[in-house]
Design a protein around this ligand. Structure first.
Ligand code: NAD
Length: 235
């Protein structure tokens, strides 16, 4: 049995992960961490009886072992969580977005020295990964492109980690000479990342959606992915 600890267990994604881990035959939810467990009602409502619940990761790590820690928290805490888990040889699966380049490099060094693995991905939905791969292929032929990402209004970061990653992948494939100059100085034209404008929409009712629009002579091509429920991130 793989012992899985979930950090951010009371959040939108954390709850879904706790449910998904609990439903697997070869995994067990060994501990749940979230400062919101300070509210006794949250503890009662958690609904996964018998799972030890902690308000802080340090306290949890002192008391519990785990093979894998899954982090779905926020950009200001995720780095410390990952470093603390790797330090103890606990493998990490990180869905939290917003880690910077330097932090990623430091995490990689820590994982190597601790002999633990760390998987970090801005989007766990296979359809979104395929959308990014398709965008990478299409941009070689249609280099003028813009990204529109749409998320629920509680999302903390903008643009999304998925949009930034998509732009990075596209920039790596786009023929340099054919890359149109990114629009500068007009917020209505989006935030330019690696020369690709990204437009962020935040509205209630949405989950996670992204469209990549390519333009060419007399034609346009759009690819779009929609996560309709958080179940899309679980497999
Ligand atoms: P959320 O706000 O619903 O949940 C975050 C949870 O983390 C909250 O319950 C909060 O109390 C908890 N938390 C805050 N500080 C903590 C700490 N120090 N220790 C433990 N828990 C702490 O957010 P969400 O919608 O679940 O999203 C979480 C992250 O996952 C975001 O960065 C989001 O962009 C990302 N995300 C990634 C994917 C993916 O596929 N990789 C999909 C959806 C969302």
């Amino acid at each position: 049995m793989l012992k899985v600890m979930v950090i951010g267990a009371l959040g939108r994604m954390g709850r879904a992960v706790c449910g998904a881990v609990g439903a697997e035959d070869d995994m067990t939810l060994s501990a749940a961490v979230d400062p919101a467990f300070s509210d006794p009602k949250a503890r009662d409502d958690f609904g996964i009886g018998g799972v030890p619940a902690y308000e802080g990761l340090e306290e949890c790590l002192e008391a519990e072992g785990a093979d894998v820690a899954v982090d779905f928290t926020n950009p200001s805490t995720v780095f410390d969580h990952v470093m603390a888990c790797l330090e103890r040889g606990i493998h990490c699966v990180v869905g939290t977005t917003g880690l910077g380049e330097e932090q990623l490099e430091e995490i990689e060094r820590k994982a190597r020295s601790a002999g633990a693995n760390c998987f970090i991905a801005p989007n766990f939905a296979i359809g979104a990964v395929l959308m990014m791969e398709a965008a990478r292929m299409i941009v070689r032929h249609l280099p003028a492109a813009e990204i529109i990402e749409l998320h629920h209004d509680q999302k903390l970061d903008a643009p999304s980690g998925t949009a930034l990653r998509t732009a990075d992948l596209m920039a790596g494939e786009r023929p340099e000479a054919e890359a149109p100059p990114g629009p500068e100085g007009n917020p209505a034209r989006g935030m330019v990342h690696d020369g690709i404008p990204i437009h962020s929409v935040r509205l209630p009712g949405l989950i996670a959606h992204q469209e990549v629009v390519f333009g060419g002579r007399g034609q346009s091509l759009s690819i779009r992915h929609d996560s309709i429920t958080r179940d899309s991130f679980m497999p």
